[in-house]
Design a protein around this ligand. Structure first.
Ligand SMILES: Nc1ncnc2c1ncn2[C@@H]1O[C@H](COP(=O)(O)OP(=O)(O)OP(=O)(O)O)[C@@H](O)[C@H]1O
Length: 243
């Protein structure tokens, strides 16, 4: 079953057609990679799925429900969490305080009104432990490395227990040990039933981690399959070489 379906989405920025009749689907319970050359429309597609950009036309469905152009907080509440290419943390607050801020953000406040302060703290600590940051909980988040900040952002979205998680370049600028650790956390969550859609330029990471891979080129999906199928597809190499 597909949990996410994108159908014939168009999006232009002025004269630039960022998405052009873009269709793809993400099967429930998979880790799906979204790859493609720079400027092929991957981040624009993420922004449209999560409500940060409006589609000019086309449809986005989540669990068979039309979510096209709904507000980001509505989509988040429905169960789609995402991270961004650049991290969004408060550097002078501690790691734990950053977790509390994440809970307090408007889009989460309504969902967790019933949380007591102690429950919130316990859940925040559990998630910090899950992403391996619990020993840093009392340090300013600004002291964290770039990779650790990405793990902290990952913990933010886990607060809401999303069914689908969209990760935008999770391995970009992150050292290899941290990349392996992140892959392990993604696999663990996937085994618990979370579906992933991951934009990533690190091919080794994508090919080892993902069950399915979709390739974008000039605003549309040009190939889809297992990592081995995509790797063997001559059209994919052509897209990267710039036809
Ligand atoms: N807000 C915007 N205003 C104008 N043009 C934009 C905007 N966002 C994206 N674009 C353009 O749309 C096209 C697709 O960009 P997008 O960032 O979605 O590609 P991408 O595949 O994510 O690239 P990258 O791998 O470099 O992150 C590019 O030509 C880009 O310059």
């Amino acid at each position: 079953m597909n949990c996410l379906e994108i159908q014939d989405v168009h999006k232009a920025f002025g004269g630039i057609q960022a998405l052009d009749t873009c269709s793809l689907s993400v099967a429930q319970g998979t880790i799906t990679g979204l790859i493609g050359p720079n400027g092929s429309g991957k981040t624009t597609l993420f922004n449209i799925i999560t409500g940060y950009e409006r589609a000019d036309s086309g449809q986005v469905r989540f669990q068979a429900q039309d979510i096209t152009n709904k507000a980001p907080d509505t989509i988040f509440r429905l169960g789609i969490g995402r991270t961004f290419q650049l991290t969004r943390i408060f550097p002078r607050l501690t790691v734990l305080e950053n977790m509390h801020v994440a809970v307090q953000r408007t889009d989460l406040r309504g969902m967790f009104r019933w949380w007591s302060a102690s429950h919130e703290r316990q859940r925040a600590l559990e998630l910090l432990e899950f992403v391996g940051l619990h020993t840093f909980k009392d340090l300013p988040a600004g002291n964290l490395s770039f990779g650790q900040r990405k793990l902290l952002e990952f913990a933010f979205i886990l607060i809401a227990e999303p069914q689908v998680i969209l990760l935008d370049e999770p391995a970009g600028g992150v050292n290899p040990t941290m990349v392996n650790y992140l892959a392990d956390r993604i696999r663990t969550l996937n085994q618990r039933g979370v579906t992933f859609l991951i934009v990533e330029h690190n091919m080794e990471f994508v090919m080892e981690l993902c069950h399915r891979v979709t390739v974008m080129h000039r605003g549309t999906s040009i190939a889809e399959g297992t990592p081995a199928e995509v790797r063997a597809n001559p059209g994919v190499l052509q897209a990267y070489l710039g036809d």
